[in-house]
Structures are given as C-alpha cells and as structure tokens.
Design a protein around this ligand. Structure first.
Ligand code: BV8
Ligand code: ZN
Length: 250
C-alpha cells in the first residue's frame, strides 16, 4: 500500500491530528455496520428502535435489541484498526479520537483520549431520577429493567435520533476539528449529523482531510484524499509508514 507523499508528510509535520470513526472500524471485529450489506438498518428500523418515543412505546423491544448488541460486542475483540489508533495517540502530542460508535472497542484497544458522540452501550441510567446503573444483568432480561431507587425505566446511555449529543464531548470534538492539521474520517458513511459536520469544520480551517473507507463517501467529494481499503489493514500500514525513516534521511 503506497500512501501519498503528501499524506505522510502532512502527518509527520502535524502538531495536531483528529480522527472521527464510525461503524466501519468495528466491522472487522464482527460488529455489523448500520448501512452495509449485513447492516443493522437492513434488519431493524431506526425509527422503531433508536429514538425516545419508540422506547416509551415499547421499552421491552428496544431493550431486546440493545441486549442483543451488548452480547455481540462482549463476544468480539478490538481489531488492528483500533490498536493502530491507540498507537497513533502515543506517538502524537495532540491526538483526538472522536467516535460515533457505542461499542467501547476503542477503549478496550487502549485509546485514552476518546470522545463518544453517541454514548456507550455499556452504560445505562434511569429516565426519572437519572441514576446510572452499571451492573445490568442483560442475559436473562425479559422486560425492560427498572430503577431500584424510584422504579423508573432504565435506558441505555446512547444518543437516539432527535436527541442532543453530549455537549462536552461535542465541544471537544469541534475544537479538535478546528485546530487539527490532519483530519482522518475512518469507517463512516458521513451521513449522520452533527457528527458528519466535523470534517467540514476541519476543511474550513485548512486541515488535510482524508477518508479511509472501502468505498467513497459523501465526504470524498470534498476531502483532499480518499484511501480505499479496510481500516484494519490501512491504519496499521499508515502507522508503519510513519515509523519508517523518510527516504534519504539517515
Ligand atoms: C440531533 C447511537 C438535534 C444509537 C446513533 C442535518 C441534516 C439531516 C438530518 C439531520 C441534521 N441534523 C440532525 C439530523 C437528524 C439526525 C440525522 O443525522 N439523520 C440522518 C440519518 C440523516 N441526527 C440526529 O437525530 C442527531 N441528533 O441532531 O439532535 C436535534 C434535535 C431535535 C431535532 C433535530 C435536531 C443524533 C444522531 C445520533 C443517533 N444515534 N447511534 C445506537 O447506536 O443505537 S447514529 C448511528 O448511526 C451510529 O452512531 C452512527 O452515527 C450512525 C451510523 O453511521 P456510520 O457509523 O457511518 O455507519 P454506516 O453503517 O452508515 O457506515 C459504515 C461505513 O463504514 C460505510 O461507509 C462502509 O463503507 C464503511 N466500512 C465498512 N467496512 C469497513 C468500513 N470502513 C473501514 N473499514 C472497514 N472494514
Ligand atoms: Zn430512578
């Protein structure tokens, strides 16, 4: 895999790098994407499962779906794409990882500075008294769990459609996108907002924006480069290319 000299040079000179990831980076771990061939949205309707009204209408159905996804996520492991980003974080002074994924795989791969725009499936809280619940036993879950304190409905700590993103995480993502020299958009179809607007903020601030995806995305029309390939293959090679001594430099 030959990366463009410009990409390698911009990454080497970069004092600040921001990476946005989507479901594609977890595909090689066995976590289905949303819009892909075996995508979740092929089998399940977001309007029936990933919004608050649907949850209130039928909390058992929504929990059945999140319990299924949590079990799946517990059976998989981070892949070389996740580990390569954890390594980039070690190498670069100002590196920010922003993710749309709720699967906790970046953290399990050792990334530390992670901003989860759409929440985390491992956390849950009561919609009445906001108490967070960590030890939810989902395996034998038949009905939606209730709060031990007030009896209120427990919901997964994820951001559903029509809901605002966590303000602090989005503010950090915005500032990282507007100060970075290089912005990598990895494994995302870049159609869900406001997450998808971060790359355009980076473009407006003169960053070198690169899409890493087996196929071109909406962002590819605006980005400086699209590197076609799987994140689990491309990212380790990119880290390796950065480690290699530049030609001619002893
Ligand atoms: C909000 C958590 C304020 C839950 C998720 C502006 C314009 C249009 C619409 C809107 C807009 N602003 C707001 C909206 C509405 C909506 C939206 O964006 N709708 C879209 C669908 C048009 N946004 C919202 O509702 C947001 N909230 O705006 O609040 C507000 C309030 C009231 C009224 C209006 C506004 C909240 C959005 C968050 C929703 N929650 N997840 C859960 O996970 O259960 S979104 C969920 O879907 C994911 O988190 C992720 O964000 C998204 C899926 O996208 P991707 O991750 O990109 O995955 P996808 O499958 O699409 O693509 C995978 C890619 O990977 C593909 O390109 C594929 O080629 C590639 N790939 C495959 N294999 C690999 C690979 N890449 C690399 N390597 C591989 N091996
Ligand atoms: Zn409660």
């Amino acid at each position: 895999m030959k990366f463009s000299d410009t990409l390698i040079a911009r990454l080497r000179q970069a004092s600040s790098v921001c990476v946005l990831t989507g479901a594609g980076i977890s595909a090689e771990s066995g976590v289905p994407t949303f819009r892909g061939e075996d995508g979740l949205w092929k089998k399940f309707k977001p309007e029936e499962l990933a919004n608050f009204d649907a949850f209130i209408r039928n909390p058992d159905l929504v929990w059945e779906w999140y319990a299924y996804r949590r079990r799946l996520i517990h059976e998989v492991k981070p892949n070389p794409g996740h580990y390569a980003l954890a390594e980039l974080e070690q190498r670069l002074r100002d590196f920010t990882l922003v993710t749309q994924n709720v699967d906790n795989l970046h953290r399990r791969a050792g990334s530390r500075r992670i901003f989860e725009l759409h929440g985390n499936i491992e956390r849950s809280y009561c919609i009445e008294c906001r108490t967070f619940v960590s030890d939810l036993k989902l395996d034998e879950l038949k009905t939606a769990p209730r709060c031990e304190k007030c009896g209120g409905l427990i919901r997964p700590d994820v951001v559903w459609f029509g809901e605002l993103l966590p303000a602090d995480a989005f503010a950090e993502a915005e500032s990282a996108s507007t100060r970075c020299d290089v912005f990598l958009s990895v494994g995302t179809s870049a159609v869900v907002y406001p997450a998808a607007s971060l790359a355009y903020m980076a473009l407006e601030h003169g960053a070198y924006v690169v899409v890493i995806n087996p196929e071109r995305t909406d962002l590819s029309f605006h980005a400086q480069e699209t590197v076609l390939g799987k994140a689990g293959e491309i990212l380790p090679m990119l880290v390796h290319a950065l480690q290699k001594q530049p030609e001619g430099e002893l």
